[in-house]
Design a protein around this ligand. Structure first.
Ligand code: MRU
Length: 342
């Protein structure tokens, strides 16, 4: 089963906030329900957020009672606005919304034709995500040697995408080719996507994984236990990769230990008109830092800083793996120069 699916007017997606204790499948019938699931991180991970936003617009289209094209487009615009306010950093969200709006705004036909257009485009976005992840796996696995231990951060796996994953797609593809790969997963404070999600999905697939806390990365690298780092991304800009908080620290440590640091991300995560300074880094609630689960671990009223994403300068990234291949620094620069609007 895919992480998210359209089932004739219902969007079905696994509730990632309940994992690994409970496997709950959300059944959503309105854009507002999907928007809430994204905001509450029941649906999370850049590519999945994009697909969810597309399906949310499909729900608006499916249930619209608009009689005129203008009224229909207004409803879609209102839903798009609601979705844009859910989370600011992952560009896939905005990319998917704009792709659907562009398609439907310029289209000819009556309300029925537009309704179909939105739903079909949302489905196409979901199917493409699945295809693109297979390609990322295919290209990325060439970088992996038999016996490698790959360190990953956060969850850039099946759960963060429609299926297969981005960073974990490479691990999966290498395993499918018969390479004996092990993974070290950081727990990823404060929301614990590593311990709750990455470990869960790798163990289910029988892929050997060892869990560490975020502050053990230096130790495992010093001990020679890491051959490669592969992480995902929420936004790739001209001068940096924006990914889960903690990524920058890992990249600098990898550089110090001469360990290749790779980023796996689809082109829908590229925002090549922007620089790091243009990106809104999501700040989340202090309770995520002052508590672990329901247990408070800090004094009340302490000042807290809780940025959800890190900015890793491009100089620390050895290559970016996307659906068109493995881009080294020079190729990435070229892409920035000639395709500022990928
Ligand atoms: O806050 P999250 O869990 O949505 O953050 C997700 C990440 O940082 C992932 O690494 C990124 O979205 C890539 S997922 C393929």
């Amino acid at each position: 089963m895919r992480t998210i699916e359209w089932k004739d007017g219902i969007v079905v997606s696994i509730d990632q906030s309940a994992l690994p204790e409970k496997e709950i499948w959300l059944e959503m019938k309105s854009c507002a329900e999907v928007a809430a699931a994204i905001r509450d991180m029941k649906i999370r991970g850049a590519p999945l957020i994009g697909v969810a936003a597309a399906y949310a617009l499909a729900l608006t289209a499916h249930y619209s009672e608009a009689k005129t094209k203008e009224a229909f487009l207004e409803e879609i615009e209102r839903s798009a606005d609601m979705l844009r306010k859910t989370r600011p950093t992952a560009v896939n969200l905005f990319w998917a919304i704009e792709r659907i709006l562009n398609k439907v705004k310029g289209a000819a036909g009556d309300v029925e034709a537009l309704r179909k257009l939105v739903i079909d485009e949302a489905q196409r976005i979901a199917d493409e995500d699945a295809e693109v992840n297979r390609k990322i796996g295919e290209y990325g696995s060439k970088l992996i040697e038999d016996g490698d231990t790959v360190l990953t951060h956060c969850n850039a796996g099946r759960l963060a995408t429609v299926e297969y994953g981005t960073a974990l797609a490479i691990v999966r593809a290498a395993r499918e080719e018969g390479k004996r790969i092990k993974v070290i997963a950081t727990e990823t404070r404060p929301k614990l996507q590593g311990s709750r999600l990455t470990v869960y999905e790798l163990m289910r697939d029988g892929i050997p994984v060892t869990l560490i806390t975020d502050n053990m990365v230096g130790y495992v690298m010093f001990k020679g236990m890491v051959d490669k780092v592969i992480v995902g991304a929420d936004r790739v800009v001209r001068d940096a990769v924006i990914n889960k908080i903690g990524t920058y620290t890992i990249a600098v440590l990898a550089h110090e230990h001469s360990i290749p640091f790779y980023v796996a991300a689809p082109l829908s995560t590229f925002d090549l008109k922007a620089f790091a300074r243009d990106v809104v880094i999501e700040e989340r609630s202090p309770e995520e830092v002052t508590c672990i689960g329901a247990v408070r671990i800090a004094p009340p009223n302490v000042n807290v800083l809780n940025p959800a994403f890190d900015i890793t300068p491009i100089k620390y990234v050895d290559a970016i793996i996307c659906e068109i291949g493995v881009l080294d620094k020079r190729q990435f620069e070229k892409l920035c120069e000639c395709k500022g609007d990928v």
